[in-house]
Design a protein around this ligand. Structure first.
Ligand code: RNT
Ligand code: ZN
Length: 425
């Protein structure tokens, strides 16, 4: 399985290069573009979304990892080591997406008291390893979120607590960007919603808008900081109405020039997120993607090479939207090795983008403009079986990461030596 030697990778690559050159595609250019694609990997995949608060508060927010594969990271050092193992087999330079509950505090520090210093070790680590950081306030798994409402809560004091939390998280997000001389995105997702049909949707939405207005009032340095808002269709316990719906945040993000976060699991099952990109980008400057895989519902399965992923990458590349779409992954699967889950999802997203970079899009568009849909369909189908995989292997080789599924050996080795020794506290 792992006998892929350098010579055969080069041979296959050179044949692929010729094949693509025949249709006017420069494989080296595609590789260079792929090298510049930076993915934000969710820290919550590494520990089942638990975090390090140890507060004993019930888990909540309607999101939960399922499975009991041994070896989840129990503290920040373990999580960082796990990340390093994942990054060592994913070609390119990527990012870690942190939630506020992954702060390192000595003793209890509640969420309305968090400061950049509580993420100093994360920042030092990221700087040393040239990893980008993104950030998220955490509006769930907390005593003040047990009734399912935060920023839209009827009680002013509860809202005030969550507003303060969000304000502090913006400061932390900006500090991360500054520390790394990079733009860090802070994403707001709240669970607020109703199990059964409410009569006061408008009141809750008005309060959410008011809270957000207070949160975003202070301008942050755009060289280091952007913020996004993430809608949801429904969740466990919020089946009938989600306060922060798609329409709510689409409008809010446009009005306030924030990024809109589109999570692939947060729409009707027959809705296709890729189709939204060119519409949203007509009026929003940037999008944050949460690439996930909903199976029947927002189940947050590991991202596979399915049609939605393929179309998502194609849509971004065809539209020339690469520099206006930030790509984050969002899933948490505890039924397989958690590091492998990161790697499989990330490498799949990269493969989908590579295939998109290798598409003869210009010619396809020009034929389409002329109404030659026959040529379009013939070539769209042909492109699927062009030798993109030889280009992918070469990208892995030149990036110094294992070619093919040989990466799993490294993860298995780490699992045996490190993860297997972890027992739940
Ligand atoms: C939940 C949202 C949100 C979370 C993370 C943990 O439905 O998708 O993005 O998954 O913030
Ligand atoms: Zn999400």
């Amino acid at each position: 399985m792992n006998g892929i030697d350098e010579k055969s990778v080069e041979q296959a690559f050179s044949l692929a290069r010729e094949r693509y050159a025949e249709i006017g595609i420069d494989v080296e250019e595609a590789i260079a573009r792929l090298g510049g694609l930076s993915l934000s990997l969710p820290c919550w995949q590494g520990d089942d979304g638990i975090g390090f608060e140890n507060s004993g508060a019930p888990r909540g927010g309607g999101i939960m990892a399922t499975g009991n594969y041994p070896g989840r990271a129990r503290n920040a050092d373990e999580l960082r080591k796990d990340y390093e193992t994942a990054f060592s087999v994913i070609p390119g330079r990527h990012r870690a997406n942190l939630h506020s509950i992954y702060a390192e505090t000595s003793g209890k520090v509640d969420r309305d008291r968090l400061e950049p210093a509580h993420f100093a070790r994360w920042m030092d680590w990221a700087k040393e390893r040239k990893i980008g950081l993104d950030f998220n306030p955490t509006f769930y798994s907390h005593p003040l979120a047990t009734d399912g409402f935060t920023l839209s809560h009827p009680d002013r004091a509860v809202r005030g607590f969550w507003i303060e939390h969000a304000l502090r998280c913006r400061t932390i997000g900006e500090a991360m960007g500054r520390a790394l001389s990079d733009v860090s995105v802070t994403n707001i997702w709240i669970p607020d919603g109703f199990k059964d049909s409410p009569v006061g949707r408008a009141e809750f939405r008005r309060r959410l808008a008011e809270s957000l207005d207070t949160i975003i009032a202070e301008k942050k340095d755009p060289r280091f900081f952007r913020e996004s808002v993430e809608a949801k269709l429904f969740g466990l316990g919020s089946e009938s109405c989600v306060v922060g719906s798609h329409e709510f945040y689409l409008g809010y993000a446009q009005k306030n020039r924030l990024l809109l976060c589109l999570d692939l699991g947060h729409f009707h099952p027959t809705e296709q997120v890729y189709d939204k990109i060119s519409s949203v980008l007509m009026f929003n400057e940037e999008i944050l993607l949460h690439v996930s895989r909903p199976v029947r519902w927002d189940s947050d399965h590991v991202v596979t090479m399915d049609g939605e992923l393929e179309n998502l990458a194609l849509e971004i590349v065809r539209g020339g939207f690469g520099n206006r779409v930030r790509v984050g992954l969002d899933y948490f699967d505890a039924s397989i090795n958690r590091i492998a889950a990161w790697v499989i999802g990330a490498r799949n997203v990269q493969k989908a983008f590579l295939r998109a970079y290798l598409e003869p899009s210009a010619e396809l568009k020009s034929r389409e403009e002329r109404g030659d849909y026959t040529w379009r369909l013939a070539w769209l189908e042909e492109a699927k079986s062009l030798p993109w995989q030889a280009v992918w292997d070469r990208f892995c080789l030149q990036s110094g990461v294992p070619v093919g599924v040989a990466w799993l050996d490294r993860v298995r080795d780490y699992e045996t030596k490190v993860q297997a020794a972890r027992v739940e506290p």
